[in-house]
Design a protein around this ligand. Structure first.
Ligand SMILES: Nc1ncnc2c1ncn2[C@@H]1O[C@H](COP(=O)(O)OP(=O)(O)O)[C@@H](O)[C@H]1O
Ligand SMILES: [Mg+2]
Length: 233
């Protein structure tokens, strides 16, 4: 889905010749230390940052020039780093914001939240009238994932979903992502610092260093420790 993508902030280049592909239904993790360009790479896929070179493709179609809402319509769902919950809106309003990401001047935001989201996260239904800002970190992460799922994406992109989440809740998020894959047959692209979590979800991995992909392979049969070593050097 990425072919030779480069990206920059002004004069400073952040991504160099990135090639990355995800098969339908596959789960892929993108690893790398802070500042190597992972978030920027995700933002070029979802249309929030332009690629200065190369192509972004999805479903055998080039989408490099499409605005973000068109990419949502094509089937790309995005859970940003830090979750991006609206603290003063209720849980239900936050979920409907996912529909607004489809464009159409926010009309769709008045439509109701599809059942599959509440089925996946029953706690969100119970909390639907609460303000997003009063939820715990784990509940906010469920909300952010739920919001990305209201548009029924074919690919769900998650940027460090375990960041700032209590260890006891991390397992629930892992379960939720694996359920999403199994029940909704959605492909996953996961940026993660927490290797055990990434290994429990992903079929394949990519490792980035200083804006380049430096290693890739299957997670099965590959010890997470040998990859952890790569992240340190
Ligand atoms: N909005 C921005 N303006 C300028 N530089 C940025 C901006 N966002 C990120 N950067 C820089 O781009 C590089 C990659 O950042 P980022 O993609 O956030 O990395 P990661 O997600 O791997 O931590 C870093 O050097 C960072 O300082
Ligand atoms: Mg980041």
């Amino acid at each position: 889905m990425l072919e030779g993508v480069c990206a920059a902030y002004g004069e400073s280049q952040v991504l160099y010749d990135i090639h990355l592909h995800i098969e339908s239904g596959e789960a892929v993790t993108l690893l790398g230390r802070n500042g190597v360009g992972k978030t920027t790479l995700l933002r070029t896929i979802v249309g929030l940052h332009p690629a200065s070179r190369g192509k972004v493709c999805f479903d055998n179609e080039e989408i490099s020039k499409l605005p973000a809402y068109e990419r949502v319509r094509k089937g790309i769902g995005y859970v940003p780093q830090g979750r991006g919950i609206f603290p003063h809106l209720t849980v239900e309003e936050n979920l409907r914001m996912g529909l607004a990401a489809l464009g159409g001047r926010g009309k769709s935001a008045r439509h109701s939240v599809p059942d599959h989201v509440y089925e996946l996260f029953p706690a969100l239904r119970q909390m639907r009238r609460r303000k997003g800002g009063v939820l715990s970190g784990g509940e906010q992460q469920q909300l952010a994932i739920g919001r990305a799922l209201v548009t029924r994406p074919k690919l769900l992109i998650l940027d460090e979903p375990t960041e700032g989440i209590q260890p006891s809740i991390v397992q629930q998020i892992e379960q939720a992502i694996n359920d999403i894959r199994a029940e909704l047959r959605i492909a996953v692209l996961l940026v993660e610092q927490y290797l055990d979590f990434a290994w429990a979800i992903a079929d394949r991995f990519y490792v980035m260093r200083a804006g380049r992909v430096v290693d890739q392979g299957k997670t099965k049969g590959r010890d997470a420790e040998t990859v952890a070593h790569l992240l340190k050097v």
